[in-house]
Design a protein around this ligand. Structure first.
Ligand SMILES: Cc1ncc(COP(=O)(O)O)c(C=O)c1O
Length: 469
């Protein structure tokens, strides 16, 4: 007797109404007030992707200007990634990674440690622990740092330092070290209590202050915090160069260098969260390179598989690894996820690195970034744009009510952001504002035709944001 498995019929081509009715009856979408999908924020069913374009069930094309939550590097449905994924799926789709090993995982680890940021002064990143998504990588780094100190007998290091306006994910540990009130506030009673240090965000520079001076000012505050609390701190966690979810706020690399120096001074680990900024986003393969910094933990995800499959990796050094090396099992890092080191995801990551190996992606991105800057130039003097900032393939616009004082709109911020989002879509581009910040973070294959669409959509989005009442 077979079980009565429902068929859930395929949809008729183009029947958006039927799709939406069925989807909204069963699916709970992420990071969403679901009620909005019944009104001002219609769900958009996508049937395929090609390059920078997403194609809706209704046949409309949308430029993926946000790389599908900052994951996509080489375009949607990339044939090279698809082939690598298919080939690996036909060979070995998955195997428990505790007690077993496989070639895609091994090759990827060897390649990542070879590519990781290096400096003369610090132990290289030589060990790789896999996770399944960015938040998992953060949990791993936090636990590993704490546990390494514990194993060394430094039991009082029970705190973490995080930066104001930082973001590291949504699981409870990752959320605890994040500072986005919208996501954090309601869960606050459940969270670890980190110490927050001021953000080095250059947008907060005082009049006449350079980005570097602003970064050094924030580093002085960090120094004072470490002076007070350093002996209780396991690790400092930061997003080097760009606080992405915090509104694409950018800082001078000097901060990362200073953070490294201060962490060393106080025996504190440095966790670099390059989940969003890694793999060429900010002009170098890893953002830490811009400060010549080797962190103690490097968290990677998103671009690791060029946006094709969920995978993350935490790189650390031999000193941390050795803290767990023991005849005592409980001193080991007894952390796992069922899909740790999934071979298909590792094969996708290896194919991603092959794409990096075949051409000088970083140099090509420099040219692309210049073309993006050119497309953004017309907004620089816009009366409601207080700041146009860029770090490589990330470009952001700070929308304000008053450009002179940089005063943000106080009234109905959500409605304004929604209006901008909808206007962008109407003009053919997915622009998903972070509050009052519009940004471009496209796949690395965006061409001039798509950039023209983006420029036009951006103008429409700003207009809608400003006019919204
Ligand atoms: C800097 C940073 N860290 C961590 C995360 C969490 O990654 P995930 O969404 O895969 O859990 C994100 C996600 O946007 C991120 O931007």
């Amino acid at each position: 007797m077979t079980q009565n498995i429902p068929i859930a019929p395929m949809l008729a081509e183009g029947d958006v109404e039927a799709f939406l009715a069925r989807d909204l009856a069963v699916v709970w979408h992420p990071c969403t007030q679901m009620r909005e999908h019944r009104g001002e924020l219609p769900l958009i069913p996508i049937r395929r992707g090609r390059g920078v374009w997403l194609e809706g069930l209704d046949g409309r094309r949308y430029l993926d200007a946000i790389s599908s939550w900052w994951t996509n590097l080489f375009g949607h449905a990339n044939p090279r990634l698809a082939a690598a994924i298919g080939a690996q799926a036909a060979e070995l789709e998955h195997v428990i990674y505790a007690g077993f090993a496989h070639e895609p995982g091994l090759r990827l680890a060897e390649r990542l440690v070879a590519l990781a940021p290096r400096s003369e002064t610090h132990a290289p990143l030589s060990r790789v622990f896999y996770g399944e998504n960015g938040s998992a990588a953060i949990e791993i780094a936090l636990k590993m740092s704490f546990h390494a100190h514990q194993n060394r007998g430094d039991a009082k290091r029970t705190r973490f330092i995080a930066l104001e306006n930082g973001y590291h994910g949504e699981t409870l540990g990752a959320l605890a070290v994040s500072d986005i009130p919208l996501f954090r506030r309601v869960y606050a009673p459940l969270l670890l209590q980190p110490l927050f240090a001021p953000s080095p965000d250059a947008f907060n520079a005082e009049p006449g202050e350079t980005a570097e001076a602003c970064a050094r000012r924030a580093a002085s505050a960090l120094a004072a915090l470490l002076e007070r609390e350093g002996e209780h701190v396991a690790a400092l966690i930061l997003e080097p160069r760009v606080q992405c979810a915090g509104g694409m706020r950018m800082h001078h690399p000097a901060y990362v260098g200073e953070a490294r120096r201060l962490c060393d001074l106080h025996g504190v680990h440095l966790i670099a969260d390059e989940i969003a900024v890694g793999f060429g986003r900010t002009g170098t393969l890893f953002a830490c390179e811009q400060a010549q910094v080797t962190p103690d933990f490097l968290c990677l995800s998103k671009g690791l598989t060029a946006g094709s499959l969920p995978l993350s990796a935490v790189l650390t050094n031999e000193r941390v690894f050795e803290a767990f090396w023991s005849e005592d099992r409980t001193r080991g890092f007894l952390h796992s996820h069922s899909y740790t080191g999934n071979p298909i995801a590792c094969a996708a990551a290896n194919a991603t690195l092959d794409l990096f190996a075949e051409r000088d992606v970083i140099a090509d991105n420099r040219h692309l970034a210049t073309r993006m800057a050119r497309a953004a130039a017309r907004f620089v003097d816009h009366p409601h744009v207080a700041d146009v900032r860029q770090a490589g393939m990330i470009l952001a616009f700070e929308l304000v009510e008053d450009r002179a004082t940089r005063r943000a709109y106080a009234d109905h911020p959500r409605r304004r952001a929604l209006a901008a989002y909808r206007a962008g879509l109407e003009a053919g581009a997915v622009l998903r504002p972070l509050g009052n910040v519009l940004y471009w973070m496209p796949p690395y294959c965006i061409d001039d035709e798509a950039l023209a669409v983006l420029e036009h959509a951006n103008a429409a989005a700003i207009e809608a944001f400003v006019r919204c009442a």
